[in-house]
Design a protein around this ligand. Sequence first.
Ligand code: NI
Length: 196
Amino acid sequence: MDLLTKITQEDYVLTMKNIIKEDHPTLRMISEEVEIPLMSKMVSLGDKMLNFLKNSQNPEIAEKLELRGGVGLAAPQLDVSKRVVALLVPDSEDAYSIEEVMYNPKIISHSVQEVCLKEGEGCLSVDREVLGAVIRYARVRVAYFNRESEKKELKLKGYDAIVVQHEIDHLNGILFFDRINAKDPWAIPENVNIME
Ligand code: NI
């Protein structure tokens, strides 16, 4: 059975075992666009990815399944080289600022303003702390197809914008630490906003 068939079976639950690590060649590939309208397997894949993020943010389930908490996941991290990302960013007790699976996402415009997270970034595929500023656009407009195969556009800012850029990077074989200045990891140009 191929990997995609295996992980999209109805009772299959994604865990850390499914997530490939930084030295895996798939993480350096340009992922393939998915066919629209979506095949049911692709819809299931997105559902599983979003469910993984939900589980990872639920303290009891995360402990039981030994999941690291995550707010975003890209299909290549499961060794599936397809342009699919899941985003789940909590903004309060039981609400999310974004809860979405994006197929063939594309940044169609962005702010001039740049931003970086004060604490740097992390990744479920990177099992070590890599410190340094990851400079990204402060605001992006993303075009994508949703799980109903409808064409959508979303304007994202703040943390949501950072997460979507991190995930789209995965589709292009880029890891967050590629964007850290090797000589001076915390060198931040004056015009870049620093987000707490
Ligand atoms: Ni990542």
